[in-house]
Design a protein around this ligand. Structure first.
Ligand SMILES: NC(=O)c1ccc[n+]([C@@H]2O[C@H](COP(=O)([O-])OP(=O)(O)OC[C@H]3O[C@@H](n4cnc5c(N)ncnc54)[C@H](O)[C@@H]3O)[C@@H](O)[C@H]2O)c1
Length: 433
């Protein structure tokens, strides 16, 4: 089949490359000329494990191409996916749908023959209705079916998630759209990926409900971690103890510095706004958002406490900046709030991240960057572990001890064992243990 994918970001690029890998012919369209030029030169504009190789293989096979011209991208396409950004709108937390609607208008002007328009971006309930209205108004003769197909991939594991999804959700109003989408995803049905076909509004809500539920789960275990610290319990054991209950499940129960990233913060805010507009507030989600915001700032105070209550004039080594390992995405990363709190308290920050330093430079001021973790630790007054990249899991602790000026370690991801750290002579602070 022929597919046009609008948006060459984390979702568009991964989905487009994976559809091509299934054997479809995919053109990825983006308005960002620099991004398309880099992709054509074989360079990835984002870091995602395995993506470069997947893109290269499918470009070589003639199944994947990149363009800034929507007309070229849509030529002969049976399905056009909208995978542009839906950031938080400044001021009120609603999803900013201007990119989605602009794409819909452009799509309407380039239609020829029956086409399925699929919203893959995360969009509030009713956006599909508006996309359809825009297309019919812009091009009254167009023969289209507008569907919703929310994406659940995780950055850092995106290709595996796309190819082996827990489920595929299709929001359908016109059976012709279902037929096209089933055909597109057929290679996954052969792998028995469950497919859930719903009405369009339900599919749109499923995506927000999923992200909000996960955000609540993280928020819950983080509050349990705080309680554990007060009462002398161990949050990792609490998480295991509840996670073995199949009704709860073991995932998303790692206590840490709070969630960040390009999805949970904006999607929870958007769901709160939608629910408020409908007069049915989602108070549990509101509480999780508030707790998470407060937590990120509290983590700065936790580090200051571990450093004896004062970090003025101290040099703190921060390991890990991205919102999670396996990505270069810095959007709403907890490291931002933590570093700002430490800088406000007078600390100098020297940071390392395996993939995120270029993006970090765009959002953090006054930070010095080190080429490797040990260089960051050299002469520092404390090591603050914020993102659990694999390369931080097996640091040479004797060397770390030697490099640090004072042996203070704050491990906001609980990747080290307190007894082991004590054995190496560190003053060690984890989360909820
Ligand atoms: N990042 C994730 O892990 C993830 C996971 C699931 C769902 N989503 C959702 O998918 C959507 C995209 O997220 P992302 O992280 O890939 O965004 P992104 O910001 O990485 O990429 C969006 C891309 O769209 C391009 N674009 C904007 N308007 C355009 C237009 N009119 N025509 C062509 N290109 C245009 C931008 O230049 C950019 O390259 C969002 O709604 C997001 O919530 C993201």
């Amino acid at each position: 089949m022929r597919v046009a994918m609008i948006g060459a970001g984390y979702v568009g690029l991964v989905s487009g490359a994976c559809f091509a890998d299934f054997g479809h012919r995919v053109t990825i369209v983006d308005v960002d000329e620099g991004r398309i030029a880099r992709l054509r030169a074989g360079e990835m504009p984002i870091y995602e494990p395995g993506l470069k190789e997947l893109v290269a293989a499918n470009v070589r096979a003639g199944r994947l191409a990149f363009t800034t011209s929507l007309a070229d991208g849509m030529a002969g396409a049976e399905a056009v996916f909208i995978a542009v950004g839906t950031p938080s709108r400044r001021g009120d937390g609603h999803a900013d749908l201007s990119f989605v609607y602009a794409a819909a208008r452009d799509v309407a002007l380039n239609l020829a023959g029956f086409t399925v328009i699929v919203t893959k971006s995360t969009v509030p309930v009713g956006t599909g209705d508006e996309v359809e209205r825009i297309i019919r108004k812009t091009n009254p003769n167009a023969d289209v079916a507008v569907a919703s197909n929310p994406e659940f991939l995780r950055e850092g594991a995106a290709i595996g998630d796309f190819k082996r999804p827990d489920r595929i959700v299709l929001g359908i109003e016109d059976p012709r759209a279902e037929a096209v989408l089933r055909e597109l995803y057929r290679p996954l049905f052969l792998n028995e990926a469950p497919i859930l076909v719903t009405r369009r509004r339900t599919a749109e809500l499923i995506k927000y409900a999923a992200n909000a539920f996960l955000a609540i789960k993280i928020g819950f275990i983080n509050e349990m971690a705080d309680l554990c610290e007060k009462v002398g319990a161990n949050v990792q054991e609490v998480a295991r103890g509840i996670g073995l209950d199949k009704r709860i499940g073991p995932k998303f129960l790692n206590a840490g510095p709070g969630y960040g990233g390009s999805c949970f913060p904006k999607d929870t805010r958007a769901l709160i706004q939608t629910a408020e507009d409908q007069g049915t507030p989602v108070r549990i989600v509101e509480a999780a958002v508030k707790a998470n915001d407060l937590r990120k700032r509290a983590m700065g105070r936790k580090v200051i406490g571990a450093c004896g209550g004062d970090v003025r004039g101290k040099r703190l080594a921060v390991l890990g900046l991205t919102f999670k390992p396996g990505t270069d995405d810095m959007r709403e990363a907890p490291s931002i709030a933590i570093i700002q709190a430490l800088q406000d308290a007078g600390a100098a920050i020297i940071a390392h991240d395996p993939e995120g330093m270029e993006q970090a430079k765009l959002v953090l001021d006054g930070v010095t960057y080190a080429d490797d973790p040990y260089a960051a630790l050299d002469g520092a007054d404390a090591m603050v572990l914020v993102t659990e990249w694999d390369e931080y899991r097996a640091l040479d602790l004797a060397r770390v001890r030697q490099l640090l000026r004072t042996p203070v370690v704050v491990d906001l991801r609980n990747i080290y064992r307190p007894e082991e750290m004590a054995r190496h002579g560190f003053s060690y602070t984890g989360v909820g243990r």
